[in-house]
Structure formats: C-alpha cells, structure tokens
Design a protein around this ligand. Structure first.
Ligand code: OSB
Ligand code: MG
Length: 371
C-alpha cells in the first residue's frame, strides 16, 4: 500500500442520553475519524477513541489532533507499507499517544482487508461469526432509572450488565440491583475511584456474585491491584492499567487480575491488542472487548477484534441506537434478540461509512498529502 492522502475529521454527535462514570458526565461525542486513501483509489477508516477531555487517560481530541496532523500522518505518507503490522514500528518514534496511533492503524487494516477483498475479522484470524454482547450503564440520577435501564437491556437480550460505581453509588446500589435481578450476569466498573485502603469496603461486594470488578484502584497501578485481589474473592478486571502487552504480562505474573478488558485505542492498535489476546489465551485468562462510546467506525473495529478465540466474555460492544439517533455507518450495528451481533462478511470493517452524514457532523477537517 502507498498512502497518498489522509483526511482527518473532528465530529460532534449528541448522545441519546448522558453517560456518567466516576470521572464525570458526558452529553456528546467528540471524535476524530481517520480516512486513509491509497494510490489505487481505495480508502480505509479508523476512529480515535480519545475523548473531549483527558479524564479516562491523558489523551484527548486536542492532543490526538496535534499528534496525528504533525507527526503520525506525515510519517505514513512517505514509504510503501506492506502490511498494517508495520505501523507500530513506524510510529514508535512518538512516545505514548496510543489512541492517536491506533486510529491510523485501524484505517490501514480496513484498507488492507478491502484490498484483499476479505472481511477484516477474517484477516485478523477471527473465528466467531457472531459475538455475545453486554452493556455498560452509567451512574444515574436515581436508582429507579438504573433498574429501569437494566430491565430494558435484559429484555433486549444483552448477556452482561455492567454498572458504573463510585463512592456513594456502590454497595447499596449493587445490593438493590441484585435484589431485582437475582440471576443477571452482573459486574461493576469503578474507573479508579478507590484506594487500597478501601479493600474492606470493596470486599462487601463479594456477596453479590459479580462476574468481576473492573479497575477499582489507581489508573496506572498494577501492584496494589494484586494486593487487593488477594483480599477479595470477586475477580479483578483491569482496564486503564493495561497499556501494552508488557503491562499485561506483569499483571498476570503478579496476579493483579483474573480477566482483562481489551480496548484497541488504549493499547495503541489491533497489533498490540492481538498480542495481549494471545498472551492471555496462553495463560487461560479470558478477555473481553471494552468500549469507548464509539461511533460506528470504532464499533466495527471492536466487532472484528471480538471474533478472536479468547474473547469468551460478552463485551461492552452494543447497538448503535443505544448511543446515537443516527450512526455514521450503514447499516447501524444491531444486536439480535439473543444478544449477539452477527459479524458482517463484506470486505474491510464490513459497514459502509455514511459520508453525507459524516460531512454534516464534521466541525473541523484537515487533509494531509505527499507534497
Ligand atoms: O471504563 O470502560 C470504561 C466509556 C468511556 C470511557 C471508559 C469506559 C466507558 C464505558 C462505556 O464503560 C463502554 C461503551 O458503552 O462504549
Ligand atoms: Mg472500564
């Protein structure tokens, strides 16, 4: 492949309802899309999952735009690229900024598999033709709102319910949810809202038969999670702390978690995500695909990744309609009544970007070309 032109777009899209975590509430999606064009006239799409503000991680749309326009895009215009697997090495001169790098790598994977006339998931080595889905439900204004949402999602067929927790919205809310839904596959995500000194408090959650507790402690910690895991019986799942396969290796060696949430953006791309997947598979540690409130482009990449063999827990990959009145791909992502997404067979990501709608939602645009 020879990349002749890269188009970066910043879009703003309102969410159908707000999403609140322990680090705050968002009402809209600000997102950078990467479109790569090659000299044969084909294109590929990627999504940068960096948010409006650096609250989940240090990257945000502003840092990502800067790194993408000044450094990463110019770098991939020059040489021929034989496979997207070359990308991590090509952009390693930039330290960090995994979400910016991942967006470009995703776009190359889409283009590459379109050129092979194969669906991306098969190019990645995926084995599942449908993937089990769960939902992530944010902190609500009132407990009744949460119960109502959970009921609707279970009714729709979703196979895992994840609720966000924070101090003051944790033990009692989980107890209430468990009382109403005694059989539901349930887990909680704290987004780093606790400290090791809260271990006794978190231990109270052990009685609710949770599938796991996600990222309870510091966003960059592995060691203290290993101490916490020794003190509670609920499996710890790491999200924020796992930045690359070396973190995953350390976490598994220390026993800091019993399951890993994999996000393409957080680990810098599909190549690194697959490395972590393979490492976990070897050690019989299950993984599942996390979400970053993606538009259809990022969602399609998550679906492709989720077809790899060791994705054995339902992910946070759910229907477009839970987020947007109108998504930017055609068809939108849909979940069947059994709670599965049927993986598309069309080449590349398998969903068509809706260019007209994308242009309408674009608030900033920059094209980068060879000269
Ligand atoms: O911690 O998994 C998280 C959304 C934004 C940032 C971090 C997280 C999340 C979610 C939502 O849980 C998952 C989704 O529905 O996309
Ligand atoms: Mg999380």
């Amino acid at each position: 492949m020879k990349i002749s032109r890269i188009v970066l777009r910043l879009l703003k899209m309102p969410f159908v309802s707000f999403f609140e975590t322990s680090f705050g509430r968002v009402y809209k999606k600000e997102v950078i899309l990467v479109q790569v064009h090659d000299d044969s006239g084909k294109d590929g799409w990627g999504e940068c999952v960096a948010a409006e503000n650096p609250f989940y991680s240090y990257e945000d749309v502003h840092s990502a735009w800067s790194v993408l326009t000044r450094l990463i895009s110019p770098r991939i215009l020059e040489p021929p690229i034989s496979t997207p697997e070359d990308l991590p090495e090509m952009v390693s001169f930039v330290r960090g900024h995994p979400m910016a790098k991942a967006a470009v790598e995703m776009a190359l994977w889409d283009l590459y598999s379109k050129k092979l006339e194969k669906p991306l998931w098969r190019v990645l080595g995926g084995v599942y033709e449908k993937i089990p889905c769960g939902v992530s439900i944010g902190i609500q204004d009132h407990p009744d709102d949460l119960l109502e949402k959970i009921e609707a999602e279970l009714e729709a067929g979703y196979q895992k319910i994840k609720i966000k927790i924070k101090p003051g919205w944790d033990v009692e809310i989980t107890r209430l949810v468990r009382q109403h839904f005694p059989e539901a596959p349930l887990m909680v995500d704290a987004n780093s809202a606790y400290r090791l000194s809260d271990a006794e408090h978190l231990k109270v959650l052990d009685q609710f038969d949770l599938m796991m507790i996600e990222q309870p402690l510091y966003y960059d910690d592995i060691y203290e999670h290993s101490l916490l895991q020794q003190r509670i019986s609920t499996p710890v799942c790491l999200d924020e702390s796992i930045r690359h396969h070396r973190d995953a290796r350390l976490a598994l060696q220390l026993g800091a978690c019993r399951v890993i949430n994999l996000k393409i953006g957080r680990v810098g791309g599909l190549v690194e995500a697959i490395k972590i997947h393979d490492l976990c598979k070897e050690q019989e540690i299950p993984v599942w695909c996390g979400g970053m409130l993606e538009t259809g482009i990022g969602r399609a990449h998550n679906i492709a990744l989720s077809t790899l063999q060791n994705f054995v827990v339902p992910g946070d990959v759910s229907a477009s309609a839970r987020y947007f009145g109108r998504d930017i791909i055609q068809p939108p992502v849909e979940v069947n009544p059994q709670g599965f997404i049927e993986v598309p067979e069309a080449p590349g990501i398998g969903y068509q970007p809706d260019l007209e709608w994308i242009e309408e939602k674009t608030v900033k645009r920059q094209a980068i070309t060879c000269d």
